[in-house]
Ligand binder design. Structure first.
Ligand code: NAD
Length: 366
């Protein structure tokens, strides 16, 4: 009998997303051909200030097809940055964007696409997965708003593992656990499908196997390729399903308290999963297989984070204990599907456990 990884059985609706993926060490060299295939002649290259040299290298490789470079991508896409990027794209007469970097660079490209419908070619250098989704985010007055729009889904994605070799070990670990969180929630999503669940399971397996090897030898491109492959799969699961409690918690913690994105996902995931896995046996079984037969996937991920030297408490990310109450109220106030019913008391307990870094449990705070 086939192993059905969804909670719903064999009844689903699946929308394939239109996108071309080029994957492999050295695939960056094919970027000019990718532009030609899309008929793009004047692209704006977008990156974060810290990655200006990489952005410049990409612009140089594109020659006069690069209309300019914008090294202004920062976390959570502030509205002013989105506005000034849109103006820059208009001034330069750009006909597309090439984003080089993680979720911040892709996020700025998406903000331009949302306004001007310009196609995006993404060249990801972290494992966050935004390149695989039609989800955009914009932050104004300290509040992050997100939405879905097919115009912001990149037209092409060029995954070159050699570009991730410079990603520091700490960031590699937290970025990869951010990707794993997408797959975890895709497995118990209200709109889970068997094919996406296969990708989720394989993605978690690829990433969790690659991570200890990357910690030991960050410049090994074979391990980097395996992690980027896992990140592609996990990103695709994020693009195809609706996220639940874990992502709502991280959205509130990141948006309201400005906690760092990937690190927050890393700390929260074992707690959200320990709470949800008791109500999602199909997801738990898939994760157990992906994690080499672990009986308790949440505990296994918590232990893995320790072995990888990742942060394990919200207090070490700078959250004050007094903020637990308002974040819990915010999360309970959102409307979203979740495999297990939530209430204020259990979310307060979950956040208290995560704040302290105590062992994750199905009935938090008890
Ligand atoms: P990031 O893009 O902010 O990058 C983090 C830091 O790492 C930056 O300083 C960057 O310059 C540096 N960096 C990136 N790649 C590097 C490399 N190869 N070598 C050296 N340094 C490198 O971080 P992120 O975690 O990729 O993205 C987080 C943002 O993406 C958040 O705003 C989050 O909300 C968003 N996001 C959106 C989606 C979506 O579907 N819309 C999905 C995931 C994340």
């Amino acid at each position: 009998m086939t192993n059905l990884n969804t909670e719903q059985g064999l009844e689903f609706s699946y929308q394939a997303l239109p996108m071309r993926v080029k994957f492999g060490v050295g695939s960056l060299q094919e970027l000019p051909a990718e532009l030609d295939a899309l008929g793009l002649k004047r692209v704006l290259v977008i990156c974060s200030p810290e990655q200006q040299a990489t952005g410049q290298m990409v612009a140089d490789a594109l020659g006069d097809r690069a209309a300019g470079i914008l090294p202004e991508a920062v976390m959570h896409v502030p509205e002013e940055a989105a506005l000034s990027a849109s103006q820059k794209a208009t001034e330069l007469g750009a006909d597309g964007c090439v984003t080089v970097g993680g979720g911040s660079a892709i996020g700025l490209g998406k903000a331009i696409a949302l306004k001007h419908s310009l196609p995006i070619i993404a060249v990801p250098t972290t494992y966050a997965g935004s390149e695989m989704t039609p989800v955009w985010g914009l932050t104004s007055n300290g509040r992050k708003q997100t939405g879905k729009d097919p115009r912001v889904l990149p037209t092409s994605v060029v995954y070159d593992p050699s570009l991730t070799a410079t990603l520091p070990v700490g960031m590699s670990v937290t970025s990869a656990i951010n990707a794993i969180a997408h797959a975890v929630e895709a497995l118990y999503a209200p709109d889970a499908t068997p094919i996406i669940s296969l990708m989720a399971e394989e993605g978690v397996k690829a990433l969790t196997q690659a991570l200890p090897l990357i910690v030991d030898d960050p410049s090994n491109l074979e391990n980097r390729a395996q992690a980027l492959y896992g990140s592609w799969l996990c990103g695709a699961t994020l693009g195809a399903t609706t996220m639940s409690l874990h992502h709502k918690l991280c959205h509130a913690l990141g948006g309201t308290l400005n906690l760092p994105h990937a690190q927050t996902h890393t700390v929260v995931l074992p707690y959200a999963l320990a709470f949800n896995q008791v109500a999602a046996p199909g997801a738990k079984a898939a994760l157990s297989r992906a994690l080499g037969g672990a009986d308790d996937p949440a505990l296994e991920l918590w232990n893995l984070a320790e072995r990888l030297g990742a942060p394990r408490s919200l207090s070490e990310l700078g959250m004050e204990e007094s903020d637990i109450q308002r974040i819990a109220e915010e999360v309970v106030g959102y409307s979203y599907g979740n495999p297990r019913a939530i209430d204020l008391e259990s979310i307060q307990g979950l956040l208290s456990d995560a704040w302290r870094g105590s062992q994750p449990q199905a009935n938090p705070g008890l």
